[in-house]
Design a protein around this ligand. Structure first.
Ligand SMILES: [Zn+2]
Length: 479
């Protein structure tokens, strides 16, 4: 196979988290019985008029800021005409010439190398409905609940050159949109979907090759597999002296293959024209500043805060910010117990382990950040041993009790009784005079034995740390 350069551009569709749809007041919530969240406007009945949802515009602008875009102070909506049964109006309100956001830039890291991917534009449009194909009865059913849910389309320049870069880019965009609070990015529910435009060229070529577009990929895994399949398919065609056809292809997840769906439309096929029913959007500088001020803290700002203010290692800080839920929970916990390093360690080693084991999900933890903070503090201040703290976390997942209650119930609470500690040490030393003699004459490796005897007698009364300190002091005084 010859050596080709892969050229990839992505179109990411992200549903905005508004309460209502973009041009009517129907609920924009995911799910619902088929066709129960529709009205004459979003089903395109004659004589209805759309009214734009201000929050949807605001969210699209927030997304623009989060993805490093310039915001167009003046933007317009256009009608995109197409006849597929998933859109009963037979046109989609979208933006062509003047989208809300342009010229973004997103750095992504793959194998330690940073690649800058340019964002050409972000425009606001309405989502289409969902078709459910019933192969048994040979019919397709249409559910229009999704019709009119606000959608942003993020279009990149063809700056991506591998499946790994495409995956890293989608992950980064997803993270930024979640931090910006504009999309939940649940690919499995379709709130984030991706189209891949891919072509190959020889290193000596001066122009891009003909591209194929793979539509509606709804998992990171499918994106990677579809790109890898296309790279092979197109390389084989080119090696045989054949040409790649410009077309839209569908990825079959079960077979791991892409298949031709239809010849690719160009913009003129959609006969765009300015949408006469929607007003143009005009922003003043003050309005844009106001939206920018409402933008929540983004991951890179959190990252520096964690490293600089909290003293976390770069590696740990990176893992925490990789999930907004984890990062929010970490911040909440720190606000209840100001020991970020200790909390971070407990989250990374214990909580995330339980989550990875599938025992609990970050989305619905059965305990609060305040209770988690209590647990970490109890372990830090030797109220419970480090080992018991791990067990208590497991109990907290299984019951709704507080860490203190659980520690008491299970006899794990340590109330250090110094008098008892000293008495026990004295007893142990008195019972083992030969070993004490050995220690005093310089054979210090017997310390472990004495320590073991004391710990056994003091279980639940003192932590090994306290026993060690007291035993060392006692032995030193005998020398
Ligand atoms: Zn509606």
């Amino acid at each position: 196979m010859s050596n080709y350069i892969t050229v990839i551009g992505l179109e990411i569709h992200a549903e905005l988290l508004t309460n209502s749809k973009v041009f009517c007041t129907c609920s924009a919530e995911f799910g619902g019985d088929a066709n129960t969240r529709c009205c004459p406007v979003c089903t395109g009945m004659p004589g209805t008029l759309p009214v734009i949802n201000e929050t949807a515009v605001e969210y699209a602008v927030k997304a623009g800021f989060a993805l490093g875009c310039d915001i167009n102070k003046f933007s317009v909506f256009d009608r995109k005409n197409y006849f597929y049964p998933d859109l009963p109006k037979a046109y989609q309100i979208s933006q062509l010439e003047r989208p809300l956001c342009i010229n973004g830039l997103i750095p992504v890291e793959v194998d330690g190398k940073v690649k800058n991917v340019r964002v050409n534009r972000i425009h606001l449009e309405e989502d289409a409905g969902k078709l459910v194909h019933d192969d048994f009865n040979g019919v397709s059913l249409a559910d229009y609940n999704r019709c009119g849910i606000p959608l942003i389309e993020i279009v990149t320049e063809p700056d991506i050159s591998s499946a790994a870069e495409a995956k890293a880019f989608v992950e980064q965009v997803s993270l930024l949109l979640q931090y910006a609070g504009v999309c939940d990015c649940k690919m499995e529910q379709g709130s984030l979907r991706c189209d891949v435009n891919i072509s190959l060229m020889k290193p000596t070529d001066t122009e891009f090759g003909t591209r194929a577009e793979i539509k509606n990929l709804n998992s990171l895994k499918s994106i990677v597999r579809a790109i890898e399949f296309e790279e092979k398919r197109q390389a084989q065609l080119l090696d045989m002296g054949k040409r790649v056809v410009q077309e839209t292809r569908r990825f079959n997840d079960n077979r791991g293959e892409t298949k031709s769906l239809r010849s690719k439309e160009n913009a003129h096929d959609y006969r765009y024209f300015p949408e006469p029913d929607i007003l143009q959007v005009n922003f003043t500088d003050e309005m844009l500043d106001e939206i920018k001020a409402k933008l929540p803290e983004l991951p890179d700002v959190r990252y520096s805060r964690y490293v600089k203010d909290f003293g976390l290692s770069e590696v740990d800080a990176k893992i925490i910010i990789q999930s907004k839920l984890v990062s929010d929970f970490f911040d909440d916990t720190v606000s209840n117990y100001n020991n970020p390093k200790s909390i971070c360690a407990f989250i990374l080693t214990e909580l995330l382990r339980r989550i990875n084991l599938g025992e609990v999900a970050m989305e619905n933890l059965p305990f609060s950040a305040k209770e988690f903070a209590q647990l970490v503090e109890m372990a830090d201040t030797d109220k419970v041993s480090k080992n018991d703290a791990k067990t208590i976390l497991r109990f907290m997942i299984e019951s709704s009790k507080s860490p203190l209650e659980l520690a008491k119930e299970n006899g794990m609470l340590i109330e250090i009784d110094t008098g008892k500690v000293l008495e026990t040490i004295s007893n142990v030393l008195a019972e083992n005079p030969a070993i004490v003699e050995q220690y005093i004459s310089g054979d210090t490796k017997v310390f472990g034995f004495l320590m073991g005897q004391c710990n056994k007698a003091l279980k639940g009364v003192a932590t090994p740390k306290v026993v060690k300190e007291e035993l060392e002091a006692k032995l030193a005084s005998l020398k």
